[in-house]
Design a protein around this ligand. Structure first.
Ligand code: GUN
Length: 295
């Protein structure tokens, strides 16, 4: 068997086309959706993510601006900037790129962003609303994975979803979303993590396996039930002197082996990554609509 390749680029493009129409309508009503991205420090991966986010905004008509701050920036300076954007009615979304330098508390920074502009869905108010199953900004990666399942008509209802990784950004929120009594959820969910020991007895039970750990080739073919759907969230840079940039991107799944066992699989790159970026745009438009009381 050879798995269906789940195309995140094509699905993200569909979302962007839909958003473009909505943005035209918002602009006709005098509302120009605006996202403010803040990057502290000079981490190359973070710089490249932020540049892509800004380009995505420009392509579909969102005002996307990035403030770049030095590595030595104090917590007070960053909090003051967030406060300014919180009080600026023309700003609909605020995103502080993580991780932050050690002198700045991520917890404080996330809590300082207005929950109404928290397009990452990281603020405790949005996390609480998500757990309660009420309207909120959903975190972009879990929401993007769910949208891929919808696009490919892979209904998690009644299935066993096994999530490897319990991060606040992906594993934990995705597990909660999948256990909700809602459409495109209602699954039985298992979460594995560093405390789980041998992963294989769990992953072999998965109808839908989500790997979100950050370890290349962690998920091997023997860990997969034949016919399972495999979602690879890992983005790992592997040194590769034959590549133009000197590295290539791989996921957490041994793609070459696993795609022979699975029924469907997301590639890296081109799977979950583009969907995360599309949902940031979607959340920014959602925020602008709320501002106009259209949502
Ligand atoms: N760093 C890695 N992923 C993310 C994300 O989704 N949002 C933010 N703000 N920072 C990140």
């Amino acid at each position: 068997m050879s798995a269906l390749i789940i195309d995140g680029n094509a699905t993200a493009e569909k979302i962007r086309v839909q958003l473009e129409t909505e943005i035209v309508q918002l602009r006709e009503r005098g509302c120009h959706p605006r996202l403010e991205v803040i990057l502290v420090g000079d981490d190359p991966a973070a710089q490249s993510y932020v540049a892509m986010k800004q380009k995505d905004c420009e392509r579909i008509g969102i005002l996307g601006q990035t403030t770049r701050l030095g590595t030595e920036t104090s917590e007070e300076e960053l909090l003051a900037l967030i406060d300014r954007f919180n009080h600026d009615a023309s700003v609909h979304g605020i995103l502080v790129q993580l991780p932050l330098p050690h002198q700045i508390s991520e917890e404080k920074v996330i809590a300082a962003i207005s929950p109404d502009k928290d397009v990452d869905g990281f603020h405790p108010v949005n996390v609480g609303r998500m757990v309660a199953g009420v309207d909120c900004f959903l975190p972009c990666t879990p929401a993007g994975i769910q949208a891929l399942l919808v696009e490919y008509k892979i209904d998690p209802k009644g299935k066993h979803v096994v999530v490897v990784g319990r991060s606040t950004i992906v594993g934990k929120p995705f597990a909660i979303m999948m256990m909700q009594k809602k459409p495109w959820a209602n699954a039985t969910v298992t979460v594995c993590h560093t405390g789980s020991g041998d992963l294989k007895p769990y992953t072999q039970q998965a109808d839908i396996l989500v790997a979100a750990v950050g370890r290349p080739a962690l998920i091997s073919a023997e860990m997969i039930k034949p016919g399972a759907v495999v979602i690879d969230v890992g983005v790992n840079r592997i040194e590769d002197s034959s590549a133009k940039r000197g590295y290539r991107l791989v996921g957490d799944v041994d793609f070459a082996a696993v795609h022979k066992v699975a029924s469907a699989i997301t590639p890296v790159p081109g799977g979950v990554g583009p969907m995360t970026r599309a949902f940031l745009l979607k959340n920014t438009v959602k925020s602008a609509k709320k501002f106009l009381k259209l949502d």
